[in-house]
Design a protein around this ligand. Sequence first.
Ligand SMILES: [Zn+2]
Length: 70
Amino acid sequence: MSVRRVRAEGCGTVYNVLESCPACGHDFAGWERRCEHIAEHDPEDFGLSPHGEIPEDHAKPLFGGVGDGA
Ligand SMILES: [Zn+2]
């Protein structure tokens, strides 16, 4: 995945432009709408759980802390 930082002329706003898809590596053309391509993927393509499935360890602390497991 590559991201390019761009500063808008005139207002100085800085934003990020996704240059390739993090799921499949597709290189985006300058005009291509990133959200439309990303929406074609399933959550599993990004290492996430499938739609509607809740992993057993969903309540586990992210960084090894003590949790109630609920
Ligand atoms: Zn893709």
